[in-house]
Ligand binder design. Structure first.
Ligand code: NDP
Ligand code: GDR
Length: 349
């Protein structure tokens, strides 16, 4: 029987890779999108076909994690076998500026979803498996390496909200025998990464600098270390968690960490540029509390899910640079032919 999945955050980086994966596995995929005054479905455009088309398997619904009645209606209507809760205000720095909103969506939003699923299951007898997008940010100040048993020490409103959601997911599993899992994912990137996260900010800026479209790259803390993997590999781990015999929580990481400076150096070297000429530190990008060093221990996912990352750090940087170089070339062509391009530099990051 064809399975049905419901994804919150389907328009985000991970949502787009997960939708792709599930469609390839013959799922019917339902995604929750937010009403926006501008186009926000660019990452899933290539997957979308008119729902009236025979054989269409991707369906989009308006919704929001802040709206429990909406989540209830969607669960009722879609009757999912699997729910992937990827929707979030996912920017750590922004969470210091919008703490209440971040907690409403990233913490209470998860509770709303879990309650909607529990009620639906109790009324219909239909079991729904639940995936929660937990984060390595929950470890915060805990020394590396971090694994499933490392105590959390969150360092931002975002991380606190994710800790809440982590424990509610465990709580619904233990209290109501729900098949609910936490994927504790370390940073994962791609050419679809939002442009305000540091990796994509670096590859976008360096490639634009290469083509003379930008002069400088302003960054915050260059010493922070992260365990960076490829998003396409990580959505496979999400899916595997929900196919397991028992619900559980897993760290998903590469087991290697690099500093922001090392990411910069690798990117600029690929473009034959000297970062010292272009990169400047701007305190505007410092966070009130920083997470210095995240390095995951993925041995449980390896042993129990037979999961391992396929894309190395070097290959990740290379694919992002290659993608952004072609984007910059297109921008330059437009500019050279007299068209205006949006000034990315004006956006706070
Ligand atoms: P993105 O920021 O790319 O995507 C976030 C998604 O959530 C978007 O689809 C966004 O919609 C949606 N969203 C935002 N607010 C709401 C809301 N109020 N109601 C419903 N949907 C909402 O994040 P990623 O794809 O990178 O991450 C996916 C999830 O995994 C997030 O929960 C994130 O916190 C978590 N995570 C990410 C990691 C990473 O390294 N990428 C690591 C660990 C955890 P819109 O497009 O309209 O803005
Ligand atoms: P992070 O990712 O906070 O780890 O959260 P981000 O790329 O924003 O920052 C990583 C590190 O780089 C430092 N940094 C900068 N960050 C940004 N955004 N912009 C800058 O100019 C800059 N300069 C230095 C940061 O201080 C930080 O140390 C991501 C998100 O996807 C979360 O949703 C997810 O949960 C975690 O990864 C795991």
């Amino acid at each position: 029987m064809k399975k049905t999945a419901l994804i919150s955050g389907v328009t985000g980086q991970d949502g787009s890779y997960l939708a792709e994966l599930l469609l390839a596995k013959d799922y019917e995929v339902h995604g929750i999108i937010r009403r926006s005054s501008s186009f926000n479905t660019g990452r899933i455009e290539h997957l979308y076909v008119d729902p009236h088309t025979l054989g269409a398997r991707l369906f989009l619904h308006y919704g929001d994690l802040a709206d429990s009645s909406n989540l209830r209606h969607l669960v009722e209507k879609v009757r999912p076998d699997e729910v992937y809760n990827l929707g979030a205000q996912s920017h750590v720095k922004v969470s210091f500026e919008e703490p209440e909103y971040t907690v409403d969506v990233d913490a209470v939003g998860t509770l709303r979803f879990l309650e909607a699923i529990r009620d639906y299951r109790d009324r219909t007898g239909h079991d729904v498996r639940f995936y929660q997008a937990s984060s390595s940010e929950m470890f915060g100040a805990a020394p590396p390496p971090q694994g499933e048993s490392t105590p959390f020490h969150p360092r931002s409103p975002y991380a606190c909200a994710k800790v809440y959601s982590y424990w509610q997911t465990v709580n619904y599993r233990e209290s109501y025998s729900m098949f609910a899992c936490n994927g504790i994912l370390f940073n994962h990137e791609s050419e679809r990464r939002g442009e305000t996260f540091v990796t994509r900010k670096i590859t976008r800026a360096a490639t634009r600098i290469k083509l003379g479209l930008q002069d400088k790259l302003y960054l915050g803390n260059l010493n922070a270390k992260r365990d960076w993997g490829f998003a396409g590999d990580y959505v496979e781990a999400m899916w595997r968690m929900l196919q397991a015999d028992q619900p559980d929580d897993y760290v998903v990481a590469t087991g290697e960490a690099y500093s922001v400076q090392e990411f910069v150096d690798k990117t600029f070297a690929l473009l034959d540029l000297d970062p010292a000429k272009y990169v400047e530190v701007d305190e505007r990008y410092f966070r009130p509390a920083e997470v210095d060093y995240l390095l995951g221990d993925p041995s449980k996912a390896r042993a129990k899910l037979d999961w391992k990352p396929l894309v190395s750090f070097d290959a990740l940087v290379e694919r992002m640079v290659e993608h952004d170089l072609s984007l910059a070339r297109r921008e330059k062509t437009l500019l050279d032919s007299g068209h205006s391009i949006s000034d990315q530099a004006r956006q706070p990051r």
